[in-house]
Design a protein around this ligand. Sequence first.
Ligand code: THU
Length: 158
Amino acid sequence: MNAREDTISQLVEAARAARKNGYAPYSRFSVGAAVRLNDGEIIVGANFENASLGLSLCAETVALAAANARGRFADIDAIAVVGGPISRSDSAENENHVITPCGRCRQILNEAQQLADRPIAIYCASTHGAAIVEHSVTALLPFAFGPNDLGINPNRKS
Ligand code: THU
């Protein structure tokens, strides 16, 4: 494994570990996410459901908001996402099945990318198998609505 693969694998493992903390008693579908910052620090998130169902938070959103709470929303280089049924026997899950971020999370990733002013890599990895599929924010959310459409440059401090 080369250094780049090693860095990606470390991020995927962090997402897999976070997935174990997903609070998903309603969907029984647990998701973990791990954000890598430009200094190598990793910040994780797990999905966070509640009885109102529609107010559940995705793992990616939790991880991105946690990076923001640390003052690091502009410093995101990459995110890994891992999701699947809590009990594998519940489904005919292919061990190399990967999920991609939902529409709302893509919008938040676009915000992070605008702030970072460089591409953010999205690694969608399987819960158990070896699959890791890399996507760009632009590929997952083409023609995105963003801060520029509001005439706002979020990098500007004033
Ligand atoms: N979920 C995520 O956390 N991230 C995704 O990319 C897709 C869906 C969560 C939301 C909900 O808790 C469960 O997975 C089933 O939709």
